[in-house]
Design a protein around this ligand. Structure first.
Ligand SMILES: Nc1ncnc2c1ncn2[C@@H]1O[C@H](COP(=O)(O)OP(=O)(O)O)[C@@H](O)[C@H]1O
Ligand SMILES: [Mg+2]
Length: 278
């Protein structure tokens, strides 16, 4: 049962009530109840979604818990989209899951080209759906495109889950959804959007594009609402080298290793390894 509570906590002075509300949210959505039931399929651990980053799944109790909403946050170029595509691609191929990748900024053609370059070819278009903003616009000609993108997204996602049996969703990116429209009460909107995703019973990865000097996870405390947060960042190594690091910041219902791991992509495979002392 969704809880409908008006949020009036956009300032620091009302931070306490925001915290209280988040606790209510946790209580109401911590375990999927009602809505669509979770489907189980042959993953190595039946209640987990593998990220297919070698060396990382074991650091988050074997993967992301099915039905959870996870933030994938990092500055531009930290391979968030590639990690998300890798995760969907492998889960469709190896675990026979149905997946949906919603791209707000990049066209489907460009994404497919990028996937090909990463070595993710031969996509089963009946199990791996990629939709870009252009297509979403075409499918919602009667909707108020300028104003309510969360509504359009919700309608689209619900349809895909009910009609096509989608079990895994990536939205690339949440940040780009914000930029499409002026959202009057972002926290309220997000609170309901996260609740909607949880009730949908799918596992969702929300990409958050962060700024070098801004909040590490997103502008509206998205990390409080999410069940999990995975952070990507570049670190300087010595005078001239830069390495990519990955870290599980938070993962509900999982025992996690909190430290940073070095992330590399080689021969079509992501690998996370403990950083070598610099
Ligand atoms: N095998 C690879 N190793 C390292 N970097 C790569 C590799 N393949 C692609 N990249 C680079 O990673 C960059 C960022 O990837 P992308 O997933 O688009 O990041 P983000 O979504 O975080 O902005 C791409 O621009 C590409 O140049
Ligand atoms: Mg990207």
């Amino acid at each position: 049962m969704p809880i409908e509570i008006p949020l009036r906590c956009e300032t620091a002075s009302t931070w306490g009530s925001w915290q209280t509300l988040l606790r209510l949210y946790d209580d109401s959505t911590g375990a999927p109840q009602g809505g669509l039931s979770l489907k189980h399929s042959a993953t190595t651990s039946e209640d987990r979604i593998l990220t297919y980053i070698d060396g990382f799944d074991s650091k988050i109790s074997g993967g992301v818990r099915k039905g959870h909403v996870v933030l994938l946050a990092g500055t531009p170029g930290t391979m968030k989209s590639s990690i998300a595509l890798n995760l969907l691609y492998n889960n469709v191929r190896k675990n026979d899951l149905s997946a949906l990748y919603v791209s707000i900024e990049e066209s489907k053609e460009s994404l497919l080209e990028g996937m090909d370059r990463l070595g993710f070819g031969d996509i089963d278009e009946n199990k791996f759906f990629i939709v870009d903003i252009g297509k979403l616009r075409l499918e919602h000609t009667d909707a108020d495109i300028g104003r309510d993108w969360f509504k359009i997204l919700k309608e689209y996602l619900r349809k895909k889950v009910e009609n096509e049996g989608v079990e895994l969703i990536v939205i690339d990116s949440l940040t780009a959804v914000y930029s499409l429209t002026h959202i009057q009460s972002p926290r309220q909107e997000l609170f309901h959007f996260f609740g909607f995703l949880k009730r949908l019973g799918v596992t969702t990865f929300l990409i958050s594009e962060t700024q070098q000097n801004g909040s590490a996870f997103g502008p509206f405390h998205e990390d409080y609402l999410a069940d999990g947060t995975i952070l990507l960042k570049f670190v300087d190594v010595g005078e001239s080298d830069v390495q990519l690091r990955i870290r599980a910041v938070k993962m509900r219902h999982s025992k996690i290793h909190h430290g940073y791991l070095t992330l590399i992509f080689r021969d079509g495979q992501f690998m996370a390894t403990p950083p070598i002392a610099e």
